[in-house]
Unconditional design. Sequence first.
Lengths: 177, 657
Amino acid sequence: MRFAIPLVVLVGLLALFVVGLQHDPRELPSPLIGKAAPAFDLPVIAFPKAEIPPTRMTTADLKGKPKLVNFFASWCAGCQVEHPFLMQLRVSGQAELVGVDYKDADKDVRAWLAQRGNPYTPILADLDGKVGIDWGVYGVPETFVLDGNGVIIYKQIGPMTAEAWETKIKPLLGKAS
Amino acid sequence: MIPEIGHFALILALGIAFVQVLMPLLGWRRRDPRLLAIGGSAAQGQFFCVFIGYACLTYSFIAKDFSVAYVAENAHSQLPLGYRITAVWGAHEGSLLLWTFMLSGWTFAVSIFNRRLPADLGALVLAVLGAISIGFLLFLLLTSNPFARLFPVPAEGHDLNPLLQDPGLAIHPPTLYMGYVGFSVAFAFAIAALITGKLDAAWARWTRPWTTTAWMFLTIGITLGSWWAYNELGWGGWWFWDPVENASFMPWLAGTALIHSLAVTEKRGILKSWTVLLAILSFSLSLLGTFLVRSGVLVSVHAFATDPARGLFILVFMAIVVGGALAIYAWRAPKLAVDIEMRLFSREGFLLLNNVFLVVACGAILLGTLYPMVLDTLKLKKLSVGPPYFNVVFLPLIAPLFALVGVASVVPWKRGRWSESWPRLKIALAITVVVAIAVPFALYSRATLLALTGGLLGTWAIVTAVQDVLRRIKAKPKFLAGVASVSRGVWGMTFAHVGLGVWAFGVSFVISYGFEQDVRLAPKAEATIGNYNFAFQGVLENQGPNYTAQQGSVTVSRDGKLVADLHPQKRFYPSQRNVLTESAVDAGLLRDLYVSLGEGFDDGSWSLRVYVKPMVRLIWLGGVLMFIGGGLAASDRRYRLARATERSAVTNGALPA
């Protein structure tokens, strides 16, 4: 009988692995959820033409209505994937999108948006990625959902999808407003 | 065209692998030597096909064929040729192909060197290896085809992960895999022995060189990985208890236990079922290592490949391989195991104790690695278990091993007596105490508890190992004749145990006497850390083949004398928009000076991380000594001798081979 003990242990471990695999390893909870959005003061990228000097925007300007803060960049592949859906959100007026252009040149992002359409009002420039660090961004695209008081209520890692919007974000926004 | 040939070669290899499994099994049932012999030819044919596949992928990298998706993901037109060759194993698909290639290589070697084995045992070993090959080839072809094409063909590749563009990491995965995969041979021997019932001292002797070779590669692989992390990650650490590191360390611990347990089985014919279980455990942990790294069950800096579909495949595969092996074990081992009385105060008793400590340490690490996953599975919370747990649990478990290493060397097999062993230990103990106290005070004029403990354990391992080999040499009248009379196996053991001692010195001294400091320096400013003066000269732009670098210049002096001129870099890889720190190290046997470049500030000053690391090299020197020891032991003359005599016995007896 004692020779069967290893087999029993293995079966137990395998059961745990099976359940473990059902979890998405990318689903890391953000410690910022339920907290006020970290402070920033960033220049606005005027679109389609540059303005000199650029106007600036701070955290205080996020209050009022619920907003999606979307970290993106013209060099990022996942951002191309989510772009059509963001345009859809914009056109249907379901959400207000603040774009944070992450580690990217202004002229690149203007060209990128001119080609595909601009879902954002407004676009902010996080040229050196420091605001991204404060917000805990570890890759673009990432989208933070803020309620009317500027509190983060959800974080979407990776491209925004219709599924995430319908099943997770919309109900949260419904509760918040 | 070339990638299609590679793809086809892998499919062909899969077909041959089926032959390699089925024919020997059939031959064993029907006692037909012709069917058994097919195993060897199939193993060689399979190796040839996998080699073609591997060569085709390498060719696609060399030719920068970006129409192959895997090449486009992991190469760039500016990537130097050397890294284009190593980029083959830079990500999931290629590293699996490398795994498979090595597996077929080991199988090939077994088919060549094991003609001396009883025909049924040898053929079954090949069949088990073939079954593992089938699993990996199916995995490659069904979920991770490295030859998949990409259309439209991109003009430029995505480039190799810059972290992997370092000589240390270029050779770290192959050596590590050689170790992982090598344990499959010990595993196959164990299963074949269980099936045929030929579980005896001869079986242990056949298994030993294979196991030692695998262990040797795993040792150097882990050592290289640690050295790479130290140089490349910019944190100045050499071990992080990261799940992926643990994944390579667990099979190492189990493999170390296996080597010692095999010695007992060969010499005394006991502990058989335990040895078999360790062989299964070592390979299972190797598979688990592959699984943990490649599936994303654990969140870790290393786990760049995360794909649940693949994870599920490995899980099913592991369940079949390990579950099958343990089922055979549960079924056959009770019939084969014999209970012979064993005394604790004997060489085998101490080796068994060493096994217990190694396996418990391995279990503790397994627990720490899997615990976060278990909590997450049960929906309790997400957490990761950090170094404090491992240090607290692991260190007390390995400390007794050092004491045992010394004592076991003077205790004879079968039955020892304390009154006979003690006189031989007395001198060693005296030397150990003197050295362990003298070294810290002589070098650093102060001692810490850790340095004293590490010094005691390390010196004890070294002194007793040297004493043991000296005793053997002195048994002969002339010194040189004595040296020649000592077998490579004993030299190997001596090297490995000295390496262990050297490692203990390195670990305890670097923790006790190291300095580290984060400083912010303006150009031409200085900082004093330890006895060293670090003068920051400023930062210049520098252009590499596929990156741009900001290169700092730091001159280090001690007592007004220039010691080193260090050039740490911060590299920007435009193809992946990645910034990487390349720390600068002035290496020495007694101390490393280590500078890595942090962030630049607007006023022209920079944050720098500066370390003085005494004896850190000894950690890797210890690993290298163990590696050499493994090589010596694996090439011991008596394995070759046994091979020669058995071969002649076979020819004389005209047995069907």
